[in-house]
Design a protein around this ligand. Structure first.
Ligand SMILES: [Ca+2]
Ligand SMILES: [Ca+2]
Ligand SMILES: [Ca+2]
Length: 181
């Protein structure tokens, strides 16, 4: 079994395993894919949606990894893509060839995602089973529940409601606070 790719890369890696592998390996190597982008993909760290979609474009088409996509690189990837769809190689893609190629790709993506999700479940159990005796007690389960509750109960009043800003916005507030110093 191959190691799961970063989820963001699933589509690109499945579309073009060989071509996208290097770019995806970079992202997959880090738990936080925003933290370790190559300089050529600096724009990919941006929260800007346009930059993010360009990141996906680069992942797929920048086959020599120089951070830009030439028309030649683009056309070569498109040709590979067409050839993959044209199963009988007669130069024309029939509807069934088109759908079958996608179905194969989709099956592979789903299998990879399933594999990654199952692996994550093992990791979660190990985390929950804090004394590592391979049995999760209710107390051990409760620790993670308390942590989760505390995370959402931002104002600490023992209830989670509209008075609690989302943990996400709390993080953003902290970042902007740090940035102001
Ligand atoms: Ca390039
Ligand atoms: Ca054909
Ligand atoms: Ca235990």
């Amino acid at each position: 079994m191959t190691r799961p790719k970063n989820l963001l890369c699933l589509a690109g890696c499945a579309l073009l395993p060989a071509l996208a592998a290097s770019a995806c390996a970079t992202a997959a190597g880090a738990g936080d894919q925003t933290a370790q982008a190559q300089p050529a993909h600096e724009a990919c760290t941006s929260r800007n949606t346009h930059a993010h979609s360009r990141c996906g474009f680069l992942d797929r088409y920048d086959t020599d990894g120089d951070g830009s996509v030439s028309r030649e690189e683009f056309d070569a990837v498109r040709l590979d893509s067409f050839s993959a769809k044209d199963a009988d190689g007669d130069g024309v893609v029939l509807e069934e060839e088109y759908v079958a190629e996608y179905e194969t790709r989709l099956d592979r993506q789903l299998a990879e995602r399933r594999e990654a999700a199952i692996r994550q479940t093992y990791v979660r159990f190990e985390f929950l089973d804090s004394d590592d005796d391979e049995r999760m007690t209710q107390d051990e389960f409760g620790v993670s529940g308390s942590r989760m509750f505390g995370r959402y109960d931002v104002n600490g009043d023992g209830r989670i409601d509209d008075a609690d800003p989302s943990p996400q916005s709390r993080r953003e507030q902290a970042e902007s606070h740090e940035g102001s110093h």
